[in-house]
Design a protein around this ligand. Structure first.
Ligand code: ADP
Ligand code: MG
Length: 266
C-alpha cells in the first residue's frame, strides 16, 4: 500500500538549518551552511548553484546517503520522520517505500550485465514486494509510460543498447514505478543535448502531474529550473542566497549572485 498523508498535515519534506561538514587535518570544511526548505506533495523545488555549491551533499543528506565521515546538524524530516541520525535500517525502509533518486549519469546506476527490464523489475520487487511476474509486467508498463516504444521487446535489451536520453528515461521509469512520495533528481538532464533535455523535463512534469510526487530538482542551470519548479533555491558556496517562487526569483532576484546567473541565460 502506498503511504498517504492526510491533507493539511506536516509537509512532505522539511529541512531546517541543515549543515554538512567534513573534518580533515587541514580543518573543518562546512559544505552546506544552514539551509532550510519545504517541499509539498505535487510540488517541485529547484536547487540551483554552480559546481561545488553543496547541491549533491544536500540531496545525499535527504536520502540518508552521506559519506560516513560527513558531520551534520539541523533536521531533515520526511512526512515528520527525522532522517538525520536515523538508524540505517529505518533509512533503508524510508528510501525503499517513499523516496527515489535519479542521477546525472544513468550508466553509473545501471548494471551493464543485466537487461533493463530485469533491473526495473528487481527495483520494484525490492521496494514494493510481490511476485517476479507482476514486477515484470510493471517494468513493461513503466517503460511504456516514459515513452519507450515497443516496451515488451525493449525490456530484454541491455543498457548499452539505448541512447543517453533513453537510459535516463529508464532511470525515471525505475524511480517512478516504485511510486515514491519524494523524487530527488540530481542534474538529471545535464549530460543530455538540449532537445532531449526538453523531452525529459516534459516527461518529469507529466509523471508528477499523474502521481502527485514531490520533487527536488537539482541543476546548475537556472533556465532548466524555471521549466519545472514552482519554487527555487539558489545556493552559493553552501549558503542559500535566494529562496522564493520561481516567478519572484526570476523577476526580482535579491542577490547579486542570482543576478549574474540570470544574466548568463542566453
Ligand atoms: P555540487 O553538487 O553543488 O556540485 P557537492 O555537494 O558535490 O557540490 O560538493 C560541495 C562541496 O563538498 C565541494 O566543495 C566538494 O569538494 C566537497 N566534498 C564533496 N564530497 C566530499 C568529501 N567526501 N569530503 C570532503 N569534501 C567533500
Ligand atoms: Mg552535484
Amino acid at each position: 500500500m502506498k503511504h498517504v498523508e492526510p491533507a493539511g498535515s506536516t509537509p512532505l519534506l522539511e529541512i531546517k538549518d541543515l549543515t554538512v561538514s567534513f573534518a580533515s587535518r587541514a580543518g573543518t570544511a562546512t559544505v552546506v551552511q544552514g539551509i532550510s526548505l519545504v517541499v509539498e506533495r505535487n510540488q517541485t523545488v529547484g536547487i540551483v548553484g554552480e559546481s561545488g555549491s553543496g547541491k549533491s551533499m544536500t540531496s545525499l543528506a535527504i536520502m540518508g546517503l552521506l559519506p560516513a565521515k560527513a558531520a551534520t546538524t539541523g533536521s531533515i524530516k520526511l512526512q515528520g520522520q527525522e532522517i538525520l541520525g536515523s538508524p540505517e535500517r529505518h533509512l533503508h525502509k524510508l528510501r525503499g517505500e517513499r523516496m527515489a533518486m535519479v542521477f546525472q549519469d544513468p550508466l553509473s546506476s545501471l548494471n551493464p550485465y543485466y537487461t533493463v527490464g530485469k533491473q526495473i523489475a528487481e527495483a520494484y520487487k525490492a521496494h514494493r514486494g510481490g511476485s517476479l511476474r507482476a514486477a515484470q509486467a510493471v517494468a513493461i508498463d513503466a517503460m511504456g509510460r516514459v515513452g519507450i516504444s515497443d516496451p515488451k521487446r525493449r525490456v530484454d535489451n541491455y543498457p548499452h543498447q539505448f541512447s543517453g536520453g533513453m537510459r535516463q528515461r529508464i532511470m525515471i521509469a525505475m524511480a517512478m514505478c516504485c511510486e515514491p512520495d519524494l523524487l530527488i533528481a540530481d542534474e538529471p538532464t545535464t549530460a543530455l543535448d538540449v532537445t532531449v533535455q526538453a523531452q525529459i523535463l516534459d516527461l518529469m512534469s507529466q509523471l508528477q502531474a499523474e502521481s502527485g510526487t514531490g520533487m527536488v530538482f537539482i541543476t546548475h542551470d537556472l533556465a532548466v529550473v524555471s521549466q519545472v519548479s514552482q519554487r527555487v533555491l539558489v545556493m552559493n558556496k553552501g549558503h542559500v542566497v535566494e529562496n522564493g517562487t520561481t516567478e519572484d526569483v526570476f523577476s526580482n532576484p535579491r542577490d547579486p549572485y542570482t543576478q549574474a546567473l540570470l544574466d548568463a541565460i542566453p
